[in-house]
Design a protein around this ligand. Structure first.
Ligand SMILES: C[S@@+](CC[C@H](N)C(=O)[O-])C[C@H]1O[C@@H](n2cnc3c(N)ncnc32)[C@H](O)[C@@H]1O
Length: 248
């Protein structure tokens, strides 16, 4: 079996582990895993998508839905996708509580094989997933395939200044270059800007912008049960409107 298919198998196993993390038995009585406040950049992304008159946008992975209420303002149709059935069940109730269910379409989705048409989505928000994947370039290739020319993908990668590294509670075990398994066995890889640029270049992509951001998060049930601060690189990729080497 090739290294790439082994990595994919590991990612598929991790996706099943995520589904277990959203199970009510793991949530210890809390309503959701990540807590309700959206990450600050979800609002920024919604404004960017709306300013571009987006018709269909996607939050992949939507997790248990914290970013869906602000993103719903970004376009008339918001696809909410995640590989976790349990996560999406919680996300549905988050969306209903926020009163934004009109236009939100839930769909169990694997980021490596979305089953969506080429060039069909105007904007994609991909938050806190790529650093968990063994083959992030393949996931990005699939996402960009679904993006319409001129559309924008907004994603993030944690940096080595992220709280997870120094955090004793996370009990990170180093498994490779800037790569760790956390206390729950989830794979986490951290990037600096040069490594991110190289990752993208390897997939034939270039970021339109890369910025460093820090933000606070509330306690996460049974996962990181205290207030903590993350740091990541937020990057945008705009899909070319012309195939490379074609005259304008
Ligand atoms: C750290 S959570 C982030 C969720 C959400 N973006 C947020 O900010 O709350 C990572 C999510 O990725 C999902 N996931 C893991 N592997 C996936 C895959 N191959 N395809 C789609 N989603 C996946 C997990 O189920 C989990 O909900």
């Amino acid at each position: 079996m090739s290294t790439e298919s082994l990595s994919r198998e590991a990612d598929a196993l991790q996706a099943r582990m995520w589904n277990g993390a959203y199970d009510s038995s793991a949530l210890e009585g809390q309503a959701n895993l990540w807590g309700d406040p959206p990450v600050p950049y979800a609002q920024v992304a919604a404004e960017l998508f709306a300013a571009a008159d987006a018709a269909v946008i996607m939050d992949l992975p939507c997790g248990d839905g914290r970013n869906l209420p602000p993103l719903a303002a970004g376009a008339p149709i918001l696809l909410a996708g995640d590989s976790s059935h349990n996560a999406m069940a919680i996300a549905r109730s988050v969306v209903e509580r926020a009163g934004v269910q009109r236009g939100v379409v839930f769909r169990e989705t694997d980021v490596y094989a979305t089953g969506l048409l080429d060039d069909s989505i105007d904007g994609i928000f991909c938050w806190d997933l790529l650093g968990h994947l063994a083959e992030p370039a393949d996931a990005l290739t699939e996402l960009i395939r679904t993006l319409r020319p001129g559309g924008c993908l907004i994603a993030n990668m944690w940096t080595m200044n992220d709280c997870q590294i120094a955090d004793d509670w996370a009990k990170m075990t180093e498994v490779g270059h800037r790569a760790y398994l956390d206390h729950a066995g989830f794979y986490c890889k951290f990037y600096d800007e040069q490594e991110l640029v190289e990752l993208l270049a390897g997939a034939g992509m270039q970021a339109e912008s890369i910025e460093t951001a820090r933000w606070w998060e509330p306690p996460h049930a049974n996962y990181r049960p205290y207030v903590h601060e993350h740091e990541c690189l937020i990057f945008r990729i705009r899909k070319a409107t012309q195939p490379p080497n074609q005259p304008a």
